[in-house]
Design a protein around this ligand. Sequence first.
Ligand SMILES: NC(=O)c1ccc[n+]([C@@H]2O[C@H](COP(=O)([O-])OP(=O)(O)OC[C@H]3O[C@@H](n4cnc5c(N)ncnc54)[C@H](OP(=O)(O)O)[C@@H]3O)[C@@H](O)[C@H]2O)c1
Length: 213
Amino acid sequence: MSIETIAIIGPGNVGGDLGRTLARAGTKVVFGVRAGKDAPALTAGSEGRITTATPAEAARIADAIVLALPAAAVLDVARGLGDLAGKIVVDANNPLRIDRGPVWNPPPEGSLAQALAAALPGARVLKGWNTFGHEFHADPRTAAGPVTVPFAGDDAEAKLAVMELARKAGFAPVDCGPLRNASLLENLAVLWIHLAMAGGQGRAVAWQLIGRQ
Ligand SMILES: NC(=O)c1ccc[n+]([C@@H]2O[C@H](COP(=O)([O-])OP(=O)(O)OC[C@H]3O[C@@H](n4cnc5c(N)ncnc54)[C@H](OP(=O)(O)O)[C@@H]3O)[C@@H](O)[C@H]2O)c1
């Protein structure tokens, strides 16, 4: 399977930057935008590769959907997108609270991605694009090569399709196994946030899997 159109629900730091990067690589991107937001600014300069729609309409017309929302809003917004059975849904969000630094704060299902899978019957849920700062969503290049993007999910075909999309857009995707491993990816993000903010490393650091196949 290949992904022709991807919906990005939440065109903020992560969603906006990722959407523009995917569009530059030739994927059709539709931003799911709440009423009253500045849609022209989102599509400027995209030569038609980026459009906007309501979140539910964006999800309806896309083959795959990236959720890039405040983590506390993810489940409610996702449930409001309509029937997502058969759609690929990528969870780029990190459920955390701040207590002198980031603390992982998952729902009872074990991770936000697993809670999404439980909330969206039939959706092909993946975790990914959550483990580095949005500056790398804007430009996946690093001095050591493309930034590594771990993906976890139970649907092998969906994971392959998203990884191919990511590779085309300049990322170095890595299959990190089943959706239960989403908890590891969420914790990798918590560690990145600690290092970048409390740990004094700054936002220009990223994880790199060396020696990868
Ligand atoms: N920032 C990072 O570097 C980074 C890196 C990796 C992962 N993440 C994760 O990515 C997610 C997004 O972070 P962000 O920094 O991109 O946040 P952000 O800049 O605040 O963007 C959030 C987006 O969600 C939209 N939104 C909020 N509530 C909504 C709703 N009820 N319905 C539809 N859209 C809604 C906002 O749209 P409006 O303009 O309408 O409010 C905005 O476009 C978070 O879960 C975060 O943990 C962030």
